[in-house]
Design a protein around this ligand. Structure first.
Ligand code: C2O
Ligand code: CU
Ligand code: CU
Length: 545
């Protein structure tokens, strides 16, 4: 049915909304006809490279500059770099330390870290550790900006880490498609640099860090501001899972390229200095036509005929994937899920297809031991079309000894929240709406305003949230992990297992999640992680008191 989508359905706004009004929000007719994606494909203007030629890069693990006093200290410089993303082309990117993805940080549960970021980019930035149980000061609130050198409003002659309260954006905004242009009296703005301290008081899992600047998160991530963060702990170490070269982080992104190899993105203001927003056809999300894994197009990775642990992150702005691992003779390999966004599951869950929305992570074991040496396994996306059906390939190169296993029981520390524990039930709708008189995306009818209080919860309270969507909206809560209680009024799906921090709502779908708001008091967020929706208003304040 994918081929029969009308242009409006592909755009995801008019099409899906029309469909919903015709049939009622959660009607099964709407669910059965839902479009497979929300967003529009931006076409590249160069010949796309062949699939499965470029070797899979593994982002390097960042070394701490100091480990004194039980704290690991890291330094990251945000700067422009020109990298060879497509063979034979040069692509200017915005990077963490000159690479895309940025360097991987590996931390250990219970051992705090400090990451000092230096902003040498031409725009303000702010870093968020996605999935981190972070204090509010280090959570990367969208107006807690690190201003670059010479940014308007910067005090002349000031150096380094001076902090002050200034208008949270730099965009005058207003008018059609203009910035929120809001003053945020609580913003903590620094110049050139900022240190983020993370307690790492959390379960082992794959986190990621990315830019979170108000109104400009989507183009900043698109240009390269994303990196991985692995939290390790003793529970994970005790399980004999595949490790070392048999544990592969896979950051999947889609991008589009101009004829000269530079990235294209439909920004209204390509300098990303003043006017936020994207051109009209892309209001529902920007989809690239080149699939990158760890920054390489459709890469190939040589593997032993053993088990591998894949740490999969969808860091795409708007593209959803439904992954399957297929042999050249058409056999599907099991994807044995052992972990979710927020760490290990109680027991493995076996999938043949695994849907993954923007910002979601899956911890998956694949077993190549039954594959003939010399043959190939392709990781495919069932939602893609043409070249975007392919993601990457594994080439089984040799037999090898395998001491790893998939234990039938994994984690025993998952919370046991029950509906009856909840002191409150809240409802949120995620829909198309108005932003500054133009098209936007809203939560409960409202576009994001950093100065408004939206949701106030008491530290330690258990709450149930009921979420309902018009088109695809991957909904993310900062600070807490949650469990999915129900989806579409029924039991959760197999891939909803475990502790999550992002839930993929499909068109017309509702879901219930449950969580305990523990951690820290202060100002956090929840938002849609379709990065274009996030920039166009689909974010709200979550205040923990
Ligand atoms: Cu990955 Cu608030 O985001
Ligand atoms: Cu987050
Ligand atoms: Cu959304």
């Amino acid at each position: 049915m994918r081929e029969h989508l009308t242009r409006r359905q592909v755009l995801g706004i008019g099409g899906a909304l029309g469909l919903l009004t015709a049939t009622g929000l959660a009607a099964s007719a709407a669910l059965s006809r839902r479009p497979s994606f929300t967003g529009a494909v931006l076409r590249s203007a160069l010949p796309l490279p062949p699939a499965f030629h470029v070797p899979l890069p593994i982002p390097s693990v960042l070394r701490p500059v100091s480990t004194a006093g039980g704290v690991d200290r890291y330094e990251i410089t945000q700067r422009e770099a020109v990298l060879e993303v497509l063979p034979g082309f040069r692509t200017p990117l915005w990077t963490y330390n000159g690479t895309f993805p940025g360097p991987t940080i590996e931390s250990r549960r219970g051992r705090p870290i400090t990451v000092t970021h230096h902003n040498e980019l031409p725009v303000p930035t702010v870093v968020h550790l996605h999935g981190g149980r972070s204090t509010p000061e280090a959570d990367g609130y969208p107006t807690d900006l690190v201003l670059p050198k010479g940014w308007p409003g910067t005090k002349p002659g000031s150096h380094g880490s001076g902090s002050g309260h200034v208008s949270g954006g730099g965009h005058g905004g207003g008018g059609h498609g203009g910035g929120h242009g809001m003053h945020d009296p609580r913003a903590v703005v620094t110049e050139l640099t900022r240190g983020y301290t993370f307690p790492i008081d959390q379960r082992a899992t794959l986190l990621w860090y990315h830019d979170h600047r108000m109104d400009f998160t989507a183009p900043a991530i698109w240009r390269g501001l994303a990196g991985l963060h692995l939290v390790r702990d003793d529970v994970e170490d005790s399980l004999a899972l595949p490790t070392g070269p048999r544990e592969l982080p896979l950051m999947i992104t889609d991008r589009s390229f101009a004829a000269d190899g530079s990235l294209v993105y439909p920004s209204l203001d390509p300098t990303l200095r003043e006017r936020p927003g994207v051109q009209e056809p892309y209001l529902a999300g920007v989809l690239g036509d080149v699939i990158l894994v760890n920054g390489a197009p459709w890469p190939m990775h040589e593997v032993d005929a053993t088990r591998y642990r894949l740490r999969i992150l969808n860091a795409s702005n708007a593209r959803h994937y439904e992954l399957e691992a297929v042999t050249d003779d058409g056999r599907r390999l099991d994807l044995v899920q052992i972990g979710a966004d927020q760490g290990l599951l109680p027991a493995p869950v076996t999938h043949q297809q695994l849907p993954i929305a923007p910002a979601e992570r899956y911890d998956v074991i694949v077993d190549f031991s039954t594959i003939a040496i010399g043959s190939r396994i392709r990781l495919l996306d069932r939602l893609g079309e043409g070249r975007t059906r392919e993601v990457m390939a594994f080439h089984v190169a040799r037999k090898a000894k395998d001491d790893s296993r998939i234990p039938p029981r994994l984690a025993t520390d998952l919370p046991d929240w029950r509906r009856s524990d909840a002191v409150r039930v809240r409802d949120f709708s995620f829909r198309a709406g108005q932003l500054n008189g133009g098209h936007g995306w809203v939560i409960g009818g409202k576009a994001f305003d950093p100065a408004r209080s939206d949701v106030t919860v008491r530290l330690g309270d258990v709450e149930v949230w009921r979420l309902v969507a018009d088109v695809h909206h991957p909904i993310h809560l900062h600070l807490v992990g949650f469990q999915v209680l129900s989806r579409g009024g029924k039991a959760p799906l197999p891939h909803d297992a475990g502790l999550k921090d992002t839930i993929s709502l499909r068109p017309g779908e509702s879901a219930e999640i449950i969580t305990r708001f523990d951690g820290y008091r202060g100002r956090y967020l929840f938002h849609c992680h379709n990065a274009e929706h996030e920039d166009m208003g689909m974010m709200a304040n979550l205040e923990i008191v």
